[in-house]
Every structure is written in structure tokens, then in C-alpha cells.
Design a protein around this ligand. Sequence first.
Ligand SMILES: Cc1cc2nc3c(=O)[nH]c(=O)nc-3n(C[C@H](O)[C@H](O)[C@H](O)COP(=O)(O)OP(=O)(O)OC[C@H]3O[C@@H](n4cnc5c(N)ncnc54)[C@H](O)[C@@H]3O)c2cc1C
Length: 386
Amino acid sequence: MTTAQVGVVIVGAGPAGLVLGNLLLDRGVDCLILERRDRAAVEGRARAGFLAPHSVRILTENGLAAGLLARGQTHTTCLFRSDQGEFTLDYGKLGLGEPHTVYPQQELVRDLVAEYLRRGGEIRFGAEAEEVTDGRVRMRGGTDVTGRYVAGCDGHRGIGRAALTAHGTRTARWDHGVSWLAVLVAAPPSLSAVGYALHERGFAGHMARTASVTRYYLQCPRGTDPAEWSEDRIWTELATRMRTAEFGPLREGAVLEKTLVDLRSDVLETLGAGRLWLAGDSAGLISPSAAKGANLAILQAESLARALEAALLRGDGTGLARYAGDCLSRIWHAHEFSQWMSTLLHGPDGDDDTACYGRSLQYARLESLRTSRSHQDFFAENYTGI
Ligand SMILES: Cc1cc2nc3c(=O)[nH]c(=O)nc-3n(C[C@H](O)[C@H](O)[C@H](O)COP(=O)(O)OP(=O)(O)OC[C@H]3O[C@@H](n4cnc5c(N)ncnc54)[C@H](O)[C@@H]3O)c2cc1C
């Protein structure tokens, strides 16, 4: 069975698919979003929180920022701790002088779903796409959905990426070799800033989310089972790595969620062809070390919306022809900084001469960030830039 053809079939209702859908509707392009999870699962999935100024601009200019402007918090500082002490970088006064807006991804997704429906869009929840070929999306259960274009916004394990790579598109990849236990706790932030703690036992991170929920990260070995981490063990390890004996206690609360995130990055060599175009994690996965993934997804969704509008409403394909080139330079820029952050935050394992060399470099990098104004400007520009 085939349903009537729409302008753009969007696979995936994450930040990429929902921003794209909202922008297309606003520009008069009909679209349909297919999402394999149910609405509650989509709107409850806690992931990102730090929105770059560029993302906030895109969302504001397109009438999608009411929630984040009302409830988001502005952050302009981050803090580093190690056995050398602690220092704070006021990145809002460095580099381009721009802040982050902290707004949980699930709240943004909730806002985007509501606005998309208000604009008259259709989302099919619980609708899993199995394959895409030449504008036709085959759904689990046998129905086909066809679009003049298909946007693969279905994450890094999605069918959009699979269809492109099956036709020879290469994927550049990097495995950072470390994993983080990502923990969400029902407790207010303990620091007024993002906190990065370098420790011989591994990295620990503190990220604000809301007044009553905070995200923490603990570097742990690949393959770690989150079930092995009891609440007690999590708080004890956080206290050790964040050096609470020296800098003051953390505000503890119940652990709401703990998942293992393997730090991996990849980028497709092109972001689409013909009738299939990708945006967000499906086009490239970026390790969360510099909080760039959702921001790249929003940036690509905006570029793709413009290109699809031109192709569908004016028969002008130049935007689509330029889409990959325009996005890839910014994607690689973000990866370069994310890689730099990763080497700053994670020391090598072991105690041999090579590990000793790697750890000393890590501390030299941190010291340079503490003392060099030009290094701090570079950091600030890239930390908030996209
Ligand atoms: C712990 C953690 C913290 C993070 N923190 C930050 C941060 O602070 N800042 C930041 O910018 N980024 C951060 N990120 C990254 C960010 O969350 C992702 O980059 C972002 O979600 C990507 O959006 P997306 O729309 O491309 O993909 P997704 O959010 O993965 O959405 C894809 C959607 O497609 C659906 N789907 C998949 N396959 C199918 C199918 N076959 N059929 C139908 N639907 C399908 C999925 O169910 C999903 O809803 C973080 C990530 C993690 C894991």
C-alpha cells in the first residue's frame, strides 16, 4: 500500500527532523514526519542541554524559541579542576563574547513537536521506516510512503545513512577510546558553571540542566555495565574526581538515569544525493565532549530547509548542490574542536613512559588555557561557536 506523495518525507523526530519540519511548513512546503518511538518516549529523552548562540538565533528567527527564551538559562563561565587547583574561564567575555543557553533537549523537542502540530504538520509516531529508495520509504508493516524528497534525520544508526553508504558514500571515523557514564540526577547544580575535572582516575564532568536536575559524567572503561554503578558508588567517585574535600561538596539527589556513552565521532563524505538528504547525527556523529551534536543538527536542518524550499517551490537545485559543502566545513570545524576538548579532558591509561608523556601534555594544555589570553579566546570562540 502506498500513501499519497508529499513534498518531503522526514524520517526521525529529533532536533534535526523537527526543526526541518517546522521550517518547511512555515515556507509552504508540505511534509510528513515518521518517528519509530511513541510521543512520550520522544519527548522524554534527556540528552543535550547546551545551545550555541547560532542555534538560539535560528530557533528565535523561526518562531521556535518561546520555551527556551522563557525557561532557558544563560551560561557564560566554565571551570576546570585538577591536582593543580581550579580556575574559571569567563568565556562570555572572551572570544566573540557569546553565551550558551542551557535548555534540556527533551524540552526543546516537546516545544518543536507542539509547534509543528500547531502549524498543521503530521507526525506519525510508532512508525518505523525500514528502507529508503528513490523517494520511497518502506515502513515496517508494509506501507510505503513517498516524497519528492526524503530527509534522513534518523540518527547515526538510521536508514538514511545506511541507504547513502550502501551506494558507496564513505564515512570518516574516529574512536576516542573512552566512554562516559552519563548520569542524570534529581539535584540542583553544585557549581554556577560547567565543571570539568581532570583526575588520574579519569574525567568527571558537571553540567547544569535545570534548577532541579543536573547531568554528571564519569569516564569509565569501554564495556562498563551501568548497573554496576550504584548511587553510592557514583557519588563517591564524583566526590573524589571533583575533589570535593578541597573545593566543597556536591548537592546530591536520586539518580534518575545512567547510560554509557562511547565517545565516537564520524562524518559522511557527502550529505545526500538525488532525492535523499541527511541532517543531524545521521550525517555525522560527534562525541559529546564539546556539546556540539544538537547544535550541528539545528544548523543543518536550517540549511536543508532553505535548499529544499528552493528545489520544490522554485525548481532551483543549487541549494541542494551546495548543501553538503556548506555544512561539511562547519561540521569539520566542530569536530576539530571536539577532538581538542577530548584530548584536554582524557589522559592516557596506564603508567608507562608513553602514558606519562601523554598526561604531561594534557596538563601543559590545561596550563596554557589557564594562562594564555589568546588560548582562552580560541577556546571561547570555538566553545560557543558552530
Ligand atoms: C549524553 C549526551 C549528552 C549530549 N549533550 C549535548 C549538548 O549538551 N549539546 C549538544 O549540542 N549535543 C549534545 N548531545 C548530542 C545530541 O543529543 C544529538 O546530537 C542530537 O540528539 C542529534 O539530533 P538528531 O535529530 O540528529 O538525532 P536524534 O536526536 O537521535 O533523533 C533521531 C530520531 O529518529 C528516530 N528514528 C531512528 N531510526 C528511525 C527509523 N528507522 N524510522 C523512524 N524513526 C527513526 C529516533 O527514534 C529519534 O527520535 C548529547 C548526546 C548525548 C548522548
